[in-house]
Design a protein around this ligand. Structure first.
Ligand SMILES: Cc1cc2nc3c(=O)[nH]c(=O)nc-3n(C[C@H](O)[C@H](O)[C@H](O)COP(=O)(O)OP(=O)(O)OC[C@H]3O[C@@H](n4cnc5c(N)ncnc54)[C@H](O)[C@@H]3O)c2cc1C
Length: 284
């Protein structure tokens, strides 16, 4: 039986799951929680609810409906994705395989506002250790992050170089890092270099020299995951055609992560279209 994994249990992910499972596809939704709906207290512009409904209730109702049809839900954080003979979805302690993948992870901040970060993207600043780590063999690298996402990138880098520093940019650490990792928790002022990155300066006046900086900020968002698979992105958003196909065969995106109207109704539409396209792809 064909296997579909959907990352995200918001309106886009759950809507995609409904279309896939009803077409006979084994569908698993991996999600770390409710996403944007968690912060939505009152919804009064969505079809079919004469009374005000909370985001939490809408999320729970969506999941209950999908479970009734046989969708499997897994509560976990996705820290990486890869494509070889299949799509592989990595959580801190699991590796899941699928024949097709839908990214429905909502919109998230890719990185904190740090001077120079964007400028050096592709010139020392990377969002994917497994893709770009190779270029930093025995070089001095840092990972910007605080949680499981950052641990994953450090684990990818440790076979390439032993000089790895974690930069938290003043944020609280939320996972247990190996004790050999050097940690700098000061706030970053700027990423500096000429042509390519050569150092990072901190607000306390300190500077460290660096050859590479890997961004693994908070949870891996859609664009970070899409980049790992080589999918086309535009700023915070993933590029798709009207049928939610990305430029990578078998990879689809739906909802806020592809931009446009950041609303539930549009996320539900995107999910339906992505689910339908994934079914078409898997049944081919
Ligand atoms: C405060 C607020 C109020 C709003 N009010 C309204 C309103 O009144 N009406 C309206 O139409 N819209 C409203 N919206 C917008 C609406 O909530 C979003 O457009 C909609 O939820 C987008 O759906 P989505 O499925 O694309 O993403 P989301 O609902 O954000 O879902 C993203 C999913 O991805 C998961 N995820 C992300 N990264 C990972 C990872 N690495 N591993 C595992 N899981 C991951 C999250 O846990 C979540 O399940 C509001 C948004 C906010 C923030």
């Amino acid at each position: 039986m064909e296997r579909l994994i959907i990352i995200g249990s918001g309106p886009a992910g759950v809507s995609a799951a409904l279309y896939a499972v009803r077409a006979g596809i084994k569908t698993t939704v991996v999600s770390r929680g409710a996403g944007a709906l968690e912060k939505t207290e009152k919804i009064e512009n969505y079809y079919g609810f004469p009374e005000i409904i909370s985001g939490k209730e809408l999320h729970e109702r969506g999941i209950a409906g999908a479970k009734r049809l046989g969708v499997e839900f897994l509560t976990d954080e996705v820290v990486s994705v890869e494509k070889s003979d299949a799509f592989y979805v990595k959580t801190p302690d699991k590796l899941l395989a699928a024949d097709a993948l839908i990214l429905a992870t909502g919109v998230s901040k890719l990185a904190p506002e740090i001077q120079g970060l964007e400028e050096f993207e592709g010139r020392g600043v990377s969002y994917c250790a497994i893709c770009d780590g190779f270029f930093f063999k025995e070089r001095r690298v840092a990972v910007l992050g605080t949680g499981e996402n950052a641990i994953n990138e450090i684990n990818e880098l440790k076979n390439i170089t032993s000089d790895i520093t974690l930069l938290t940019n003043g944020d609280e650490i939320t996972a247990e890092f190996p004790d050999w990792v050097n940690i700098i928790s000061d706030e970053i002022e700027a990423v500096r270099g000429t042509g390519k990155i050569s150092s990072v300066s901190f607000k306390n006046g300190q500077t460290i020299s660096l050859d590479g900086l890997f961004i693994a900020y908070k949870t891996a968002g859609s664009t970070a995951l899409a980049k790992k698979l080589g999918a086309k992105t535009d700023g915070r958003f993933i590029w798709t055609d009207e049928e939610m196909n990305t430029n990578i065969s078998g990879l689809f995106a739906a909802g806020d992560c592809r931009g446009g109207l950041l609303q539930i109704s549009k996320a539900v539409y995107d999910g339906a279209a992505a689910g339908t396209s994934a079914v078409k792809y898997l049944k081919k």
